[in-house]
Design a protein around this ligand. Structure first.
Ligand code: 5GP
Length: 178
C-alpha cells in the first residue's frame, strides 16, 4: 500500500495575485467586447470562479465537460464531449478556461468542436501549463503558471476526486511503500 505526499508548489496568495493579473490582462485585451466564457469541467470551477470576478467585462458563462482521464494519470484514449455547450457561440468572442494543459489532446479536441460553431474568435486561458508534456500543438493565450512534468492537485484539480478543495497547488508525489 502506498500513500501520496503533497509538496506545495504555489501558495493561495500567489495564485490569487496571478489570477488578478490575468483578469486585468484579459479585461484590457477584450475591452468593450462581450465575451462568452466556456469553462472545461470539472477542474476549472475554482479558477473560473476567481477569474471572472476580476474581469471588468460583460461576460456570459457556460461549461463543457470532456472525458479524457479517469483515475489514471495518462490519457485513456479519444476525448468525448460528455456535457455539451448550452449557448450559441456563433459570431462571438470565446474565452476557454482550462485548469491545466498537459499533452494538449483535450484542448485540441475541444477547440475543433468549438471552431465548428463559427465563433468570431477563440482564446484559451489555463491556470497551469505543462509545456514539457505537450504532444499536440495548441496555443494557450493566457497562462497562470508553468509546471514541470509532475502531477498536480488542489485549486480544483483532483486525483481520483480528492484534493480539489485545497487552496494551494501541490505536486502529488508517491511515497515509498511501507
Ligand atoms: P491533456 O489532454 O492536455 O493531456 O490533459 C488535460 C486534462 O488532463 C486536464 O484538463 C486535467 O483534467 C488532466 N490533467 C493533466 N495533467 C494533470 C495534473 O497534473 N493533475 C490533474 N489533477 N489533472 C491533470
Amino acid at each position: 500500500m502506498t500513500q501520496e505526499r503533497l509538496q506545495l508548489l504555489f501558495p493561495p496568495e500567489q495564485i490569487a495575485q496571478r489570477i488578478r493579473e490575468l483578469g486585468e490582462l484579459i479585461s484590457t485585451d477584450y475591452s468593450g467586447r462581450q465575451v462568452a466564457v466556456v469553462g472545461v469541467l470539472k477542474c476549472c470551477f475554482v479558477f473560473l470562479a476567481d477569474l471572472i470576478r476580476g474581469l471588468d467585462l460583460d461576460v456570459t458563462i457556460d461549461f463543457v465537460q470532456i472525458e479524457s482521464y479517469g483515475a489514471l494519470r495518462e490519457p485513456t484514449g479519444p476525448c468525448t464531449l460528455v456535457k455539451e455547450l448550452g449557448i450559441d457561440i456563433t459570431g462571438r468572442d470565446v474565452l476557454v478556461i482550462e485548469d491545466i494543459v498537459d499533452t494538449g489532446a483535450t484542448l485540441a479536441h475541444l477547440l475543433s468542436e468549438l471552431r465548428a460553431r463559427s465563433p468570431e474568435s477563440i482564446r484559451v486561458c489555463a491556470l497551469l501549463n505543462k509545456q514539457a508534456r505537450r504532444r499536440v500543438a495548441v496555443a494557450v493565450d493566457y497562462v497562470g503558471f508553468e509546471v514541470d512534468d509532475v502531477f498536480v492537485v488542489g485549486c480544483g484539480l483532483d486525483f481520483s476526486e480528492r484534493y480539489r478543495a485545497l487552496p494551494g497547488i501541490y505536486a502529488l508525489l508517491p511515497d515509498e511503500p511501507a
